[in-house]
Write a protein that binds this ligand. Sequence first.
Ligand code: COA
Length: 443
Amino acid sequence: MESHKLQEQVELIREVFEYIHRFQGKTLVIKIDGSIMEQPSLPLLVKDLVLLYRQGIRIVLVPGATQRIDEILTRYGIKWDRVEGVRISSPEAIPFIKMAAFDVSNRLMTQLAANGVDGVIGNWVKARSLGVRKGVDYQHTGAVEKIDSDIVRKLLAEALIPIFPNIGWNAAGTPYNINSNELAAALSSSLAAEKLFFISDHRGVIGGQYVLPEGILLSEEGLVTHLSVAEAQKLLEGNPAGDPMLDLVRLACRACQEGVSRVHIVNGEIEGVVLKEIFSSVGCGTMVYANEHENVRPMQRADIPEALRLMRPFIEKEALVERREEDLAARLGDFVVYEVDGLIHACGALHPSTEQRAEVAAVAVDETYAGFGVGRRIVSFLIERARALGLRQLYVLTTQTADWFVQFGFREGGVGDLPEERRRQYNRQRNSRVLLLDLEAVS
Ligand SMILES: CC(C)(COP(=O)(O)OP(=O)(O)OC[C@H]1O[C@@H](n2cnc3c(N)ncnc32)[C@H](O)[C@@H]1OP(=O)(O)O)[C@@H](O)C(=O)NCCC(=O)NCCS
């Protein structure tokens, strides 16, 4: 082999190892649309997913069943209606819908078995009826109520690949037909997935078909290759609702706002599409991505009661010092909050001190949102703010969270390292550990 080709291959191998390292232990939720389930490209697609799985990447599969449900209902002579794109699932139809949903799941199971991997199908989704909307009774069509993510995490830890049929059950065991795109999006946020893939026979958002927000660039093929959540929201606002591609964009926005880093809308007929999206910076579909700090904003006066509520359980556990309303009001400009859809899930503060130093303090994440990377976003925002202010060192005083701060580059320090004023206020009884972050040293 010519030496420059060999060199290229070595570069490529290095890059792939780098990517694998980055995604090891992370979860990818893969929705495979019904339009792809019948395609000759399916076995190769599953093979690629198995390759990722073998590198320690966790895979969750959600097969789409629309086409299969249509087929089975037609075969058994059962009529159905759709209202605004949503199927009304009658009591007569639901057993057949279940049959179709499990049938497509079994197909994926068979593909996994062909690659020597264990898949598992289960009933880990609680659903509720869509009910009656605008006078239309949707009967057995439902929406995701809750996902038993603890069980799913255990399965993933056991190196199994969970497969989710688009059926959920209420507490009484009544089955509901749920939208598999909605299911995949809900799964990705409840599992704090790194990525969510919508794989169908569509390439992604085609520029010419929509009114695009300003500044969106198209690929040579006219495809919108990437959208931040803010851009995606503008796209949704500027175009009529009800378009299936825009529905995916809407779900992508929601998933990103709930902690998923990237959502990829790709065409499963393209060979190696998932690998191309993961292992190259170019990609070949439309990617919606979360800006790490998109949901972080300065705290306002009206947020104070909510921030105090967030801190309360940690104050009781002595992880945080007591703060009153007037304490926050006095230093309001130091505080930031993490907000999604008008609800505050976390807060934190950067208190400037002397000698170009500042204290990271009052970091608190709503316990129901723990483990979704919200705390990381708050602290990385504060670090960025400190850099923008030209500060040289940050410190944090913590009783129970020292190990968590290590990920940002904080190192052990001592009370003697604190600015004098802070040293004087140091509560010896509380005996907090002091951690330091030298901003010049960390890129
Ligand atoms: C610590 C805290 C900010 C983390 O928030 P979060 O949004 O859950 O954090 P992230 O999602 O970014 O990170 C979660 C990871 O950190 C780990 N983690 C959480 N608390 C930790 C702690 N006290 N020590 C070490 N690791 C911890 C979790 O196990 C999880 O690990 P995983 O990704 O391997 O599953 C949150 O638990 C909190 O509010 N704690 C109480 C207040 C506090 O101590 N603040 C710091 C002093 S200012």
